[in-house]
Design a protein around this ligand. Structure first.
Ligand code: NAD
Length: 476
């Protein structure tokens, strides 16, 4: 097995796609039409910084336009290349179909280490990149809508939105050209936490099914489960924080660029995050065992492994030694196709990326809808909902008064019941529903077909079927 060579990220995605498509009965040629990437645009542009011209290379790849706009994040990292953006764009197509976000798949990237630049330099670079993409409609509210990914966040999205608005002064929907913006620049409550929150909701849904837990040799609830997380960035931090604080899970390991932390009693996620912000890494963190080669923690005993950093980290060189019975792919493509084969044979259950990290695009979808409707979710109905609840409370209060000691309302009931849902509550509710429904569609296929033995194949079957139907509806 180890003599096999590792495919590239895009080849890995294609291999997994092909494994699923073999089990389908698609019209001739459609399989290839869905699999291939429609177009990838490479741009090289110069920005004058520190007294000299610096040339940057960026990409925007459009995988499938069966629905428009196409959607997908923009990544800032030195390793960005065409193969990677194409793989990520393909995953976006399948992800959006799976969670029923009405988008085609796209992705972008810039070869840059953002830590090497000052904020004002990053702004110049981002604005220039956005200009290059927007003038080719590769940023456009109705055609191509980027979002944050590794190395980018709210700040970069705000610059992109502003750059687009400057170039399209009469476009009333300009804000919908990008998602993941800060709240005061047209963003939506709950977008920053969305991908990590989605990972939490995905795990909660998995743990609702005895049969699914049993497949991974697990039982009980998330309470007390030992979790190792790789990457304490946007996705990993929020997932780890919510699982520890709200579900009682123990974060026993955290892997970062500069090493890993291990503590069998559980790490304080907030304290580790603060340490990283202050010191630039996990090195020197006091309340844990430190491992210089953090990736060794991927092989450590735990109940759940959450790779939330980059692709290809579980591969032919370490898959055999990975002990986790359950892996949830918070990052895109963390398990290579070869490693996936090995892990499946070992009985490890993998909750696949295209589902596990779909919380981000789901809430991005809500943000895009909010921008197009020009109104905050909940603004019209919140007080009306509260007024109706007040009627019920008044009646209950009357009962409470008559019943004396024999019956009374539970403590806090009034306050909890009276509170109408604001935007954050609605976003979380929509995200929870999306994650649950999508999981159920995957597990239905997983358990009802003898030829489907894993969640990833099930996820591909569900999403490819949806893309195929959308082509069919167009008469193609
Ligand atoms: P981020 O830049 O906020 O965080 C990435 C973290 O990983 C950082 O803390 C970084 O230091 C760490 N890291 C980098 N290289 C590492 C290494 N070799 N070993 C260990 N840690 C390392 O990025 P993010 O937005 O959290 O994205 C992480 C993954 O999640 C990516 O695969 C991305 O495509 C995927 N994703 C992100 C979103 C989103 O909304 N941000 C949505 C869907 C999927």
């Amino acid at each position: 097995m180890t003599s096999r060579t590792e495919p590239s990220f895009r080849e890995s995605v294609d291999l997994m796609f092909n494994r699923a498509v073999k089990l389908m009965d698609l019209p001739p040629g459609l399989e290839e039409k869905i699999r291939v990437c429609n177009a990838t645009y490479t741009v090289r542009f110069g920005v004058r910084l520190r007294g000299a011209m610096h040339t940057f290379t960026g990409y925007r790849s459009v995988h499938s336009e069966h629905m428009e706009p196409v959607k997908g994040g923009i990544r800032y990292a030195t390793g960005v290349n065409q193969d990677e953006v194409e793989a990520l764009a393909a995953l976006m197509t399948y992800k959006c179909a799976l969670v029923e976000a009405p988008f085609g798949g796209s992705k972008g990237g810039l070869c840059i280490d953002p830590r090497e630049y000052e904020e004002h330099e990053l702004e110049l670079i981002t604005r220039r990149f956005a200009y290059e993409l927007a003038k080719r409609d590769l940023i456009n509210p109705s055609q191509n809508v980027p979002a944050p990914d590794m190395g980018t966040g709210e700040r970069e999205m705000a610059w992109i939105a502003d750059q687009y608005a400057r170039m399209n002064t009469t476009d009333i929907n300009a804000k919908a050209c990008v998602t993941g913006k800060p709240l005061n620049a047209g963003g939506i409550s709950g977008r920053v936490e969305a991908t990590g929150r989605g990972v939490q909701y995905a795990l909660r849904e998995f743990f609702r099914y005895e049969e699914d837990k049993a497949a991974a040799g697990l039982s009980g609830t998330l309470d007390g489960k030992r979790i190792i997380v790789q990457g304490l960035g946007n996705v990993g931090y929020h997932a780890a924080k919510f699982l520890a604080e709200e579900d009682g899970s123990r974060i026993t390991g955290i892997i970062e660029r500069d090493g890993g932390l291990f503590n069998a009693d559980g790490l304080d996620v907030e304290a580790v995050r603060n340490w990283i912000v202050k010191n630039g890494g996990v090195t020197g963190y006091p309340d844990a065992q430190y491992l210089e080669d953090g990736s060794k923690l991927l092989e450590e005993d735990c109940d759940i492994l959450i790779p939330a950093a980059l692709e290809g980290v579980i591969n032919l060189s370490n898959a055999e030694r990975v002990k986790a019975p359950l892996i949830i792919e918070a990052a895109n493509g963390p398990v290579t196709a070869g490693a996936d084969d090995i892990l499946r044979k070992k009985g490890c259950v993998i909750i696949p990326d295209m589902y596990a990290n779909a919380g981000g695009v789901t809430v991005s979808y809500f943000e895009w809808v909010k921008n197009l409707s020009h109104i905050r979710f909940g603004r019209m109905q919140r007080r009306q909902e509260e007024a109706r609840h007040q009627l019920v409370i008044d009646e209950l209060q009357r009962l409470d008064d008559v019943m004396g000691d024999t019956w009374s309302m539970s403590p806090n009931f009034k306050d909890k019941y009276l509170k109408g849902a604001g935007e954050l509550e609605l976003v979380r509710s929509g995200l929870d529903d999306t994650m649950r429904v999508a999981y159920q569609s995957m597990r239905e296929v997983w358990h009802s077909r003898d030829d489907v033995t894993d969640l990833r194949t099930a996820a591909y079957l569900v999403s490819i079927d949806k893309v195929a139907k959308s082509y069919h509806a167009k008469g193609l």
